[in-house]
Ligand binder design. Structure first.
Ligand SMILES: Nc1ncnc2c1ncn2[C@@H]1O[C@H](COP(=O)(O)OP(=O)(O)OP(=O)(O)O)[C@@H](O)[C@H]1O
Ligand SMILES: [Mg+2]
Length: 251
């Protein structure tokens, strides 16, 4: 048994609305590692993220998920978050009536089950917002309501910095960001890694967010399965040649 093993997915099959999307997927992520997940539209990348997080709309029909050597396959989403799992969503939802700052505070206390010292929290929040170049008044705005696309993504990375998970799944966090915003978000992601030795699964269609990160492994997901795993050179290969070569493997 590898003591540094953080996430282990065995033969995972997942149905969405009664349709099988993931078909026996295997994946292992060790502590502190950066993994990149590539694949064509509709391959099942976001589905995998949602299934790891325990979203109840994603029904696990076969296989197991282990986190920190614990079988979390039947854990609720809240319990998984408390174990140290986090996902930054491809399309963050707007939540009127709950301020961003309050939302993050509630999420932290739900996970630690301890009251938060308000002053220390505010200081930490302001520091994290500074890293992300976010104006302090964002904390008082309703969660994602009226946020621009880029601001929503930054709010996700703010949650990442504040929650300090053991594993973060970033689902197209770089899509729709301008050049400077990609740099800022990358800075936030690097800061998370440095502080927490945090592991990452980065789902992306572009390589911009990867430029400042050291990638350990890359995987290609097609048709609900990982059809190829390799090192950072795989990202380069897909960039140049696309998925065609691997699509033929899928039956
Ligand atoms: N909540 C849902 N309801 C219905 N179908 C869904 C749902 N979530 C995913 N699917 C379907 O599952 C398939 C895989 O979707 P998924 O979002 O995982 O793809 P993806 O690899 O993330 O693609 P993209 O690169 O476009 O984000 C798609 O055919 C999609 O329509
Ligand atoms: Mg997706």
């Amino acid at each position: 048994m590898n003591t540094h093993e953080l996430l282990k997915i065995e033969n995972l099959s997942v149905n969405v609305s009664e349709k099988e999307i993931l078909k026996g997927l295997n994946l292992e992520v060790n502590e502190g590692e950066v993994h990149v997940l590539l694949g064509p539209n509709g391959a099942g990348k976001s589905t995998l993220g949602n299934a790891i997080m325990g979203n109840p709309s994603y029904e696990i029909t076969d296989g197991k998920i282990f986190f920190n050597q614990k079988d979390i396959t039947d854990f609720s989403a809240d319990k998984r978050a408390a174990e140290g799992l986090f996902m930054s969503f491809q399309n963050p939802i707007e939540v009127p009536g709950i301020r961003l700052g309050t939302f993050i505070r509630n999420a932290i206390s739900a996970q630690t089950k301890k009251p938060i010292k308000l002053l220390a929290y505010k200081k930490k929040l302001e520091e994290a917002m500074k890293i992300l170049g976010m104006d302090n008044n964002f904390a008082d705005r309703d969660l994602n309501v009226g946020f621009s696309g880029g601001e929503k993504k930054k709010a996700e990375i703010l949650q990442l910095l504040m929650l300090s998970p053991k594993l973060a799944i970033l689902d197209e966090t770089d899509s729709g960001l301008d050049v400077d915003a990609v740099r800022t978000v990358s800075k936030g992601v690097k800061e998370y890694q440095k502080r927490e030795n945090g592991a990452l699964i980065i789902i992306t269609h572009s390589t911009r967010i990867l430029e400042s990160l050291k990638i350990d492994k890359a995987h290609i997901l097609i048709g609900g399965r990982i059809v190829k795993s390799g090192g950072p050179e795989l990202v380069e290969e897909i960039n140049n040649e696309g998925f065609e070569k691997y699509e033929q493997v899928v039956v």
